[in-house]
Design a binder for this molecule. Structure first.
Ligand code: ADP
Ligand code: MG
Ligand code: MG
Length: 246
């Protein structure tokens, strides 16, 4: 489903990814852990097609297609979703309008009919019910006055509506409080199934108590230094990156 081979990338002439190999089969949740500055966020930005990163070598195939040759919109339409580390506030833009615009942009790219306001509300309400979310979140401005937990909830709702085949969740190193952790985890766990994969990027082990990964990879200095099962996360927590990835 996702296959990364020998990926090298730089920003401002500084090499950050130094020959990264990673494979995520359909239906699996993989965690990427690693010390600060290892290149975790760079990997997520490179995969999503953010500007400013120069790919200097290697390949990435997504559903058998060359991901790196695709525009960011095409990547999203192909099923790639990147959760925002720092959600933006958009005063004056209703959350329902924002979410519907995002969904319709993807539907247009896929050649699917756009949803009108009524059709969207119906879909959004059913998804929100599944995720036990209060309906008034749709009526508010995008993230305006949202608590940290509500912002996360909104991100999870956006993910559930877009229904990605690969979600990349890059969590801030400052970490989330326990409530926000649970919201994100429940959202990801609710989507788990044969057509959904996730790359969960985290500096800390505790998120993985809630989202139990199929595989754990340790990213050190721009490369995957070690891969293993979910127990690898506990080893890292106990012994640190330097020792485990040596
Ligand atoms: P992580 O997410 O693992 O903490 P990042 O991918 O954010 O690591 O950063 C990897 C390295 O790239 C760090 O050394 C960081 O200082 C550097 N870096 C990130 N963004 C830029 C930038 N815009 N210009 C120069 N260096 C950058
Ligand atoms: Mg960092
Ligand atoms: Mg980071």
């Amino acid at each position: 489903m996702l296959k990364i081979e020998g990926l090298t990338a730089e920003i401002d002439g500084k090499q950050i990814l130094k020959g990264l190999d990673l494979e995520v089969p359909a239906g699996e949740v993989h965690a990427i852990m690693g010390p600060n500055g290892a290149g975790k966020s760079t990997l997520s930005y490179v995969l999503s097609g953010r500007e400013g990163y120069e790919i200097t070598g290697g390949s990435v195939t997504f559903h058998g297609k060359d991901l790196l040759a695709m525009e960011p919109e095409e990547r999203a339409a192909s099923g790639l979703f990147l959760a925002f580390q720092y959600p933006v506030e958009l005063p004056g833009v209703g959350n329902a309008t924002f979410l519907r615009t995002a969904l319709n942009a993807i539907r247009r790219q896929r050649g699917e009919p756009e949803l009108d306001a009524m059709q969207f509300l119906k879909l959004a309400r059913s998804r929100m019910k599944e995720l036990s979310m209060p309906e008034d979140m749709l009526k508010r401005g995008v993230n305006v006055g949202f608590s940290g937990g509500e912002k996360k909830r909104n991100e999870v709702l956006q993910m559930a509506l877009l229904n990605p085949s690969l979600a990349i969740l890059d969590e801030t190193d400052s970490g989330l409080d326990i409530d926000a952790l649970k919201i994100v985890s429940e959202g990801v766990n609710a989507l788990r199934g044969p057509g959904f994969s996730a790359l969960v990027i985290t500096h800390y082990q505790r998120l993985l108590n809630y989202i139990v990964p199929d595989r754990v990879h340790v990213l050190v200095n721009g490369r995957i230094a070690k891969s293993g099962g979910k127990e690898l996360a506990l080893e890292l927590e106990a012994h640190g990156y330097a020792e485990v990835a040596a």
